[in-house]
Design a protein around this ligand. Structure first.
Ligand SMILES: Nc1ncnc2c1ncn2[C@@H]1O[C@H](COP(=O)(O)OP(=O)(O)OP(=O)(O)O)[C@@H](O)[C@H]1O
Length: 252
Protein backbone atom coordinates (compact mmCIF):
# COMPACT_ATOMS: atom_id res chain seq x y z
CA UNK A 1 0.00 0.00 0.00
CA UNK A 2 1.25 3.51 -0.79
CA UNK A 3 2.44 5.37 2.26
CA UNK A 4 0.58 8.49 3.38
CA UNK A 5 3.81 9.69 4.94
CA UNK A 6 7.26 8.59 3.93
CA UNK A 7 10.48 9.78 5.57
CA UNK A 8 13.44 8.80 3.43
CA UNK A 9 16.88 8.80 4.99
CA UNK A 10 15.96 11.84 7.14
CA UNK A 11 18.90 13.39 8.93
CA UNK A 12 19.04 16.25 11.38
CA UNK A 13 21.71 18.00 13.35
CA UNK A 14 21.64 20.80 15.86
CA UNK A 15 25.07 22.37 15.36
CA UNK A 16 27.59 19.63 16.06
CA UNK A 17 24.95 17.33 17.56
CA UNK A 18 23.81 14.72 15.07
CA UNK A 19 20.31 13.81 16.26
CA UNK A 20 18.86 11.87 13.31
CA UNK A 21 21.19 9.81 11.17
CA UNK A 22 18.97 8.52 8.40
CA UNK A 23 15.41 7.79 9.51
CA UNK A 24 13.28 5.57 7.28
CA UNK A 25 9.61 5.69 8.19
CA UNK A 26 6.53 4.79 6.17
CA UNK A 27 3.04 5.38 7.59
CA UNK A 28 -0.09 4.23 5.76
CA UNK A 29 -3.61 5.70 5.96
CA UNK A 30 -5.49 4.93 9.17
CA UNK A 31 -2.50 3.82 11.21
CA UNK A 32 -1.98 4.80 14.82
CA UNK A 33 1.78 4.84 14.62
CA UNK A 34 3.76 5.28 17.85
CA UNK A 35 7.32 6.55 18.00
CA UNK A 36 9.13 5.26 21.06
CA UNK A 37 12.73 5.22 22.19
CA UNK A 38 15.09 6.43 24.90
CA UNK A 39 15.25 10.08 26.03
CA UNK A 40 17.08 12.16 23.47
CA UNK A 41 16.61 9.59 20.68
CA UNK A 42 15.18 12.32 18.44
CA UNK A 43 11.45 11.47 18.56
CA UNK A 44 10.19 15.04 19.08
CA UNK A 45 12.69 16.30 16.52
CA UNK A 46 11.29 13.86 13.95
CA UNK A 47 7.73 15.12 14.66
CA UNK A 48 8.94 18.70 14.20
CA UNK A 49 10.53 17.79 10.87
CA UNK A 50 7.28 16.15 9.71
CA UNK A 51 5.26 19.20 10.86
CA UNK A 52 7.72 21.56 9.13
CA UNK A 53 8.88 23.32 12.28
CA UNK A 54 12.48 22.31 11.54
CA UNK A 55 14.06 21.66 8.17
CA UNK A 56 15.99 18.35 7.89
CA UNK A 57 19.73 18.50 7.31
CA UNK A 58 19.40 15.66 4.80
CA UNK A 59 16.95 13.22 3.27
CA UNK A 60 13.36 13.93 2.23
CA UNK A 61 9.78 13.81 3.53
CA UNK A 62 6.89 12.78 1.29
CA UNK A 63 3.19 13.16 2.00
CA UNK A 64 0.60 11.64 -0.34
CA UNK A 65 3.41 11.10 -2.82
CA UNK A 66 4.38 14.79 -2.75
CA UNK A 67 7.86 15.90 -1.70
CA UNK A 68 7.09 18.33 1.16
CA UNK A 69 10.64 18.59 2.53
CA UNK A 70 10.81 22.29 1.76
CA UNK A 71 7.22 23.19 2.63
CA UNK A 72 6.85 25.56 5.60
CA UNK A 73 4.63 24.48 8.50
CA UNK A 74 1.58 26.54 7.41
CA UNK A 75 1.60 24.91 3.97
CA UNK A 76 1.75 21.44 5.52
CA UNK A 77 -1.17 22.37 7.78
CA UNK A 78 -3.12 23.38 4.67
CA UNK A 79 -2.59 19.97 3.07
CA UNK A 80 -3.81 18.14 6.16
CA UNK A 81 -0.92 17.76 8.58
CA UNK A 82 -2.17 18.72 12.06
CA UNK A 83 -0.20 19.06 15.24
CA UNK A 84 -0.88 18.67 18.94
CA UNK A 85 1.83 19.95 21.23
CA UNK A 86 3.75 18.62 24.22
CA UNK A 87 3.23 21.98 25.94
CA UNK A 88 -0.10 23.72 25.94
CA UNK A 89 -0.87 26.13 23.13
CA UNK A 90 -4.43 26.79 24.28
CA UNK A 91 -5.59 30.36 24.85
CA UNK A 92 -6.14 30.48 28.61
CA UNK A 93 -8.53 33.41 28.76
CA UNK A 94 -10.89 31.94 26.15
CA UNK A 95 -13.41 29.19 26.76
CA UNK A 96 -13.01 25.60 25.57
CA UNK A 97 -15.60 26.27 22.87
CA UNK A 98 -13.85 29.43 21.70
CA UNK A 99 -10.53 27.61 21.40
CA UNK A 100 -12.16 24.97 19.18
CA UNK A 101 -14.00 27.68 17.20
CA UNK A 102 -10.70 29.43 16.47
CA UNK A 103 -9.31 26.20 15.04
CA UNK A 104 -12.46 25.60 12.98
CA UNK A 105 -12.52 29.08 11.48
CA UNK A 106 -8.77 29.53 11.09
CA UNK A 107 -8.58 32.31 13.68
CA UNK A 108 -12.02 33.95 13.78
CA UNK A 109 -14.13 33.95 16.93
CA UNK A 110 -17.77 33.07 16.42
CA UNK A 111 -20.42 35.72 16.94
CA UNK A 112 -22.41 35.17 20.12
CA UNK A 113 -25.56 34.54 18.18
CA UNK A 114 -25.73 32.85 14.82
CA UNK A 115 -23.25 30.75 12.91
CA UNK A 116 -25.22 27.73 14.09
CA UNK A 117 -23.45 25.26 11.85
CA UNK A 118 -20.12 26.22 13.38
CA UNK A 119 -21.55 26.06 16.89
CA UNK A 120 -22.80 22.56 16.13
CA UNK A 121 -19.31 21.61 14.91
CA UNK A 122 -17.80 22.97 18.14
CA UNK A 123 -20.29 20.84 20.05
CA UNK A 124 -19.33 17.72 18.10
CA UNK A 125 -15.59 18.40 18.47
CA UNK A 126 -15.90 18.85 22.23
CA UNK A 127 -18.18 15.83 22.49
CA UNK A 128 -15.60 13.68 20.73
CA UNK A 129 -13.17 14.27 23.60
CA UNK A 130 -15.77 14.07 26.36
CA UNK A 131 -15.89 17.82 26.98
CA UNK A 132 -19.30 18.79 25.56
CA UNK A 133 -20.42 20.38 28.84
CA UNK A 134 -17.21 22.41 29.09
CA UNK A 135 -17.89 24.68 26.08
CA UNK A 136 -18.39 27.89 28.14
CA UNK A 137 -15.65 27.14 30.68
CA UNK A 138 -12.43 29.20 30.41
CA UNK A 139 -9.31 27.11 29.79
CA UNK A 140 -7.80 28.65 32.93
CA UNK A 141 -10.45 26.84 35.00
CA UNK A 142 -9.93 23.43 33.39
CA UNK A 143 -7.95 20.53 34.84
CA UNK A 144 -4.70 19.36 33.26
CA UNK A 145 -6.30 16.28 31.75
CA UNK A 146 -9.20 18.31 30.36
CA UNK A 147 -6.72 20.68 28.71
CA UNK A 148 -4.83 17.82 27.11
CA UNK A 149 -8.09 16.47 25.70
CA UNK A 150 -9.08 19.94 24.53
CA UNK A 151 -5.78 20.21 22.68
CA UNK A 152 -6.71 17.07 20.75
CA UNK A 153 -10.16 18.51 19.96
CA UNK A 154 -8.49 21.72 18.74
CA UNK A 155 -6.08 19.72 16.56
CA UNK A 156 -8.95 17.60 15.16
CA UNK A 157 -11.11 20.66 14.50
CA UNK A 158 -8.71 21.69 11.73
CA UNK A 159 -9.68 18.36 10.06
CA UNK A 160 -6.20 16.92 9.62
CA UNK A 161 -5.59 13.78 7.60
CA UNK A 162 -2.40 13.23 9.55
CA UNK A 163 -2.40 14.12 13.24
CA UNK A 164 0.95 14.44 15.05
CA UNK A 165 0.86 14.21 18.85
CA UNK A 166 3.81 14.66 21.18
CA UNK A 167 3.43 12.72 24.44
CA UNK A 168 -0.35 12.99 24.77
CA UNK A 169 -0.29 11.02 28.07
CA UNK A 170 2.45 13.07 29.74
CA UNK A 171 1.54 14.07 33.28
CA UNK A 172 -1.72 12.11 33.37
CA UNK A 173 -2.91 9.85 36.18
CA UNK A 174 -3.79 6.20 35.53
CA UNK A 175 -7.49 6.98 35.16
CA UNK A 176 -6.84 9.93 32.87
CA UNK A 177 -4.62 7.77 30.69
CA UNK A 178 -7.49 5.29 30.35
CA UNK A 179 -9.73 8.10 29.09
CA UNK A 180 -7.01 9.21 26.68
CA UNK A 181 -6.65 5.69 25.28
CA UNK A 182 -10.40 5.58 24.59
CA UNK A 183 -10.22 9.00 22.98
CA UNK A 184 -7.33 8.08 20.70
CA UNK A 185 -9.09 4.86 19.73
CA UNK A 186 -12.17 6.90 18.83
CA UNK A 187 -10.28 9.16 16.40
CA UNK A 188 -11.93 8.47 13.02
CA UNK A 189 -10.02 5.98 10.83
CA UNK A 190 -9.78 8.63 8.10
CA UNK A 191 -7.34 10.43 10.41
CA UNK A 192 -3.91 8.85 10.57
CA UNK A 193 -2.12 9.41 13.88
CA UNK A 194 1.62 9.50 14.53
CA UNK A 195 2.40 9.96 18.21
CA UNK A 196 5.43 10.09 20.46
CA UNK A 197 4.79 8.43 23.80
CA UNK A 198 6.82 7.18 26.75
CA UNK A 199 3.96 5.38 28.46
CA UNK A 200 4.20 1.91 26.95
CA UNK A 201 0.77 0.84 28.22
CA UNK A 202 -0.76 3.68 26.19
CA UNK A 203 1.49 2.82 23.23
CA UNK A 204 0.53 -0.85 23.13
CA UNK A 205 -3.16 -0.12 23.80
CA UNK A 206 -3.45 2.38 20.96
CA UNK A 207 -0.76 1.81 18.32
CA UNK A 208 -1.38 -0.36 15.28
CA UNK A 209 2.34 -0.09 14.53
CA UNK A 210 5.31 1.06 16.54
CA UNK A 211 8.68 2.43 15.43
CA UNK A 212 11.57 2.34 17.87
CA UNK A 213 14.07 5.16 17.49
CA UNK A 214 17.55 4.48 18.71
CA UNK A 215 20.79 6.34 18.05
CA UNK A 216 19.08 8.58 15.50
CA UNK A 217 17.60 5.82 13.33
CA UNK A 218 14.64 3.46 13.34
CA UNK A 219 15.76 0.25 14.99
CA UNK A 220 12.53 -1.60 14.27
CA UNK A 221 9.02 -0.96 12.97
CA UNK A 222 6.41 -3.55 13.76
CA UNK A 223 3.23 -4.40 15.59
CA UNK A 224 3.18 -3.95 19.35
CA UNK A 225 3.73 -7.66 19.74
CA UNK A 226 6.73 -7.70 17.39
CA UNK A 227 8.28 -4.78 19.26
CA UNK A 228 7.61 -6.33 22.67
CA UNK A 229 9.24 -9.57 21.61
CA UNK A 230 12.30 -8.04 19.97
CA UNK A 231 15.48 -8.77 21.88
CA UNK A 232 17.20 -5.92 20.02
CA UNK A 233 14.56 -3.48 21.32
CA UNK A 234 14.82 -4.89 24.83
CA UNK A 235 18.52 -4.30 24.87
CA UNK A 236 18.60 -0.93 23.14
CA UNK A 237 15.59 0.70 24.79
CA UNK A 238 15.13 -1.06 28.09
CA UNK A 239 18.65 -2.12 28.93
CA UNK A 240 17.67 -5.76 28.74
CA UNK A 241 14.98 -5.33 31.46
CA UNK A 242 12.52 -7.58 29.67
CA UNK A 243 10.10 -7.68 32.55
CA UNK A 244 9.37 -3.96 32.13
CA UNK A 245 7.74 -4.45 28.76
CA UNK A 246 3.99 -4.87 29.14
CA UNK A 247 2.75 -8.21 27.92
CA UNK A 248 6.08 -9.99 28.04
CA UNK A 249 6.34 -12.46 30.92
CA UNK A 250 9.62 -12.70 32.78
CA UNK A 251 11.91 -15.24 31.20
CA UNK A 252 9.85 -15.36 27.97
N1 LIG B 1 16.45 23.22 19.42
C1 LIG B 1 17.44 22.40 19.81
N2 LIG B 1 18.71 22.84 19.84
C2 LIG B 1 19.72 22.03 20.23
N3 LIG B 1 19.57 20.74 20.60
C3 LIG B 1 18.32 20.26 20.59
C4 LIG B 1 17.19 21.05 20.20
N4 LIG B 1 16.07 20.28 20.28
C5 LIG B 1 16.48 19.08 20.72
N5 LIG B 1 17.82 19.06 20.91
C6 LIG B 1 18.61 17.91 21.33
O1 LIG B 1 18.39 16.89 20.36
C7 LIG B 1 18.33 15.60 20.99
C8 LIG B 1 17.03 14.94 20.64
O2 LIG B 1 15.97 15.65 21.25
P1 LIG B 1 14.44 15.22 21.11
O3 LIG B 1 13.65 16.15 21.96
O4 LIG B 1 14.09 15.10 19.69
O5 LIG B 1 14.50 13.77 21.75
P2 LIG B 1 13.31 12.83 22.25
O6 LIG B 1 13.59 11.47 21.76
O7 LIG B 1 12.00 13.43 21.90
O8 LIG B 1 13.56 12.91 23.82
P3 LIG B 1 12.51 12.85 25.05
O9 LIG B 1 11.95 11.48 25.03
O10 LIG B 1 13.39 13.10 26.23
O11 LIG B 1 11.48 13.93 24.83
C9 LIG B 1 18.52 15.86 22.48
O12 LIG B 1 19.89 15.66 22.79
C10 LIG B 1 18.14 17.31 22.65
O13 LIG B 1 18.84 17.90 23.74
Amino acid sequence: MTALLHCRDVQHRFGALEVLRGVQLAVTVGERHALIGPNGAGKSTLLKLIAGEERPSGGSIHYRGQDITRYPAYRRARIGIGRGFQHSTLLESLSAGQNVALALTGGRLLARQGDCRRLAEVDVALGSVGLRDMAPVPVAAMSYSQRRRLEIAVALAARPQLLLLDEPAAGMSGEERGTLVELLRAVPPTVTVVFVEHDLDVVFDVATRVSVLHLGAVLLTGTGQEVRRSREVQEAYLGGRREEVPGVPRGA
